[in-house]
Design a binder for this molecule. Structure first.
Ligand SMILES: Cc1cc2nc3c(=O)[nH]c(=O)nc-3n(C[C@H](O)[C@H](O)[C@H](O)COP(=O)(O)OP(=O)(O)OC[C@H]3O[C@@H](n4cnc5c(N)ncnc54)[C@H](O)[C@@H]3O)c2cc1C
Length: 383
């Protein structure tokens, strides 16, 4: 059966949903989103730490994050109306990094200009955590995103504006004309979609699409483990996120009263064969014994492993595919998809609807930006 869309979005994670919301904000009609799972946000967007962190080294990513953070602090009415609970808890983030004599972090000047960072830990948030990073920074506007509420808000706002969302709709292949120009997609349930714009937001499944276009996608897929535990000593789950860049470790309380911990691991992984590494459980327990003794012995509850799609320069790809008129990417959100979401949606919509405009930010988001030409093959050690 032939179906028609003005804009067809493939992928119902935060990238696809934020794009749909961005298009809805601009009054775009005929927008359809195809998600192969039976619910939205099933993959990376449903398996992450939900931290909003604007202290990001890559300037373009940081710029989108700062815009997004402002929107999280004061969401527009259409998102508020559809959010079942507040999208964001501004619990703040205490960031440790550097060593004696190391240069200032690359994000410092921008965050200072935005009034988003202060040097040192505020007295009321000083904790018994022993950091490896020599310098402490306080980011009062950072914190904890309620990702389920975010997905629900984006979905509701998009639906209200007329976007049609189709779940259990797996795209099997791109449909090209005789000149090799993509015109639409074929789905596993036998539908053929034709669209003026096709937006690929497939999370970790970028490579199968890119390969069918004859170019590797400029990003790698890497796994990250998260662990959940309950402290036995008294603690405040509303305390700030603590992120120790020098140690490669962060932790925060969840709204459910658990402690969420990560070793910031990121070794290459295949999204179709994602398995947990039992060694990481031992390492995170060792880290907790060394650094979190003030929380008492931890009662370890569960863990999960998720996948991040990371470009070499840590900048998303939001661009038209080289040589294709109708095909766009909103992908490679790395470890920032939740943080970026509310800045990314309107930006992606602008790029889709006004593809000929240029700006330094748009140049940085290009598929073939020179900083991501080299794909290093590297494994990150967990500690
Ligand atoms: C452990 C972990 C912790 C993280 N912590 C944070 C954090 O604290 N803060 C932060 O900002 N970010 C964090 N991230 C990153 C964030 O989760 C991702 O950047 C973001 O979720 C990526 O969203 P996405 O929409 O690109 O991908 P996804 O959420 O994976 O969505 C892609 C969707 O496309 C669908 N799809 C794929 N192929 C097809 C097809 N052929 N047909 C139809 N549908 C298809 C998939 O089913 C999927 O639902 C973390 C990630 C992980 C793994």
């Amino acid at each position: 059966m032939l179906q028609r869309a003005e804009t067809l979005i493939v992928g119902g994670g935060v990238a696809g949903l934020a794009t749909a919301w961005g298009l809805a904000q601009r009054g775009a009609q005929g927008v359809h989103l195809l998600e192969r799972e039976s619910r939205l946000g099933f993959w990376s967007s449903g398996r992450n730490a939900g931290i909003l962190r604007t202290a990001i080294h890559a300037p373009a990513t940081r710029q989108i994050a700062l815009t997004s953070a402002r929107t999280f602090a004061d969401p527009p009415p259409e998102l508020r109306a559809h959010a079942p609970e507040p999208l964001f808890d501004p619990i703040g983030l205490l960031l440790f990094e550097g060593h004696a004599g190391s240069p200032d972090p690359m994000w410092l000047a921008d965050l200072q200009a935005a009034g988003a960072v202060q040097a040192g830990a505020p007295a009321e948030f000083e904790s018994a955590y022993v950091a490896e990073g020599a310098r402490a920074w306080w980011l009062p506007g950072a914190g904890r995103v309620q990702v389920d509420a975010l997905i629900e808000a984006l979905r509701g706002a998009a639906l209200e504006a007329g976007v049609q969302i189709h779940t259990q709709a797996q795209v099997e292949s791109l449909w090209k004309d005789g000149a090799g120009q993509v015109q639409g997609v074929h789905t596993a349930n036998g539908e053929r979609w034709e669209a003026e714009r096709i937006v690929l937001a497939p999370g970790a499944w970028v490579q199968p699409f890119a390969q069918s276009l004859g170019l590797p996608f400029p990003a790698r897929t890497t796994r990250r483990h998260l662990f959940f535990a309950v402290p036995t000593a008294a603690w405040n789950p509303e305390a700030p996120v603590i992120w120790d860049d020098a140690a490669g470790f962060y932790f925060l309380g969840t709204r459910q009263g658990e402690l969420l911990l990560s070793l910031c691991d990121g070794d290459d992984a295949d999204p179709d064969h994602l398995i947990a590494d039992p060694m990481l459980a031992r390492l995170v327990q060792r880290r907790a014994r060394a650094s979190l003794g003030f929380l008492g012995p931890l009662d370890w509850r569960r863990s999960l492993v998720g996948i991040r799609t990371v470009s070499e320069d840590d900048v998303p790809v939001i661009d038209r595919h080289p040589g294709q008129e109708r095909l766009f990417w909103v992908a490679a959100l790395g470890g920032h998809g939740v943080t970026l979401s509310l800045g990314l949606g309107p930006l992606a919509a602008e790029i889709l609807l006004e593809p000929e405009r240029t700006s330094p930010l748009r140049a940085a988001l290009a598929f073939d930006h020179p900083d991501r030409q080299v794909q290093l093959v590297r494994n990150y050690a967990p500690l």
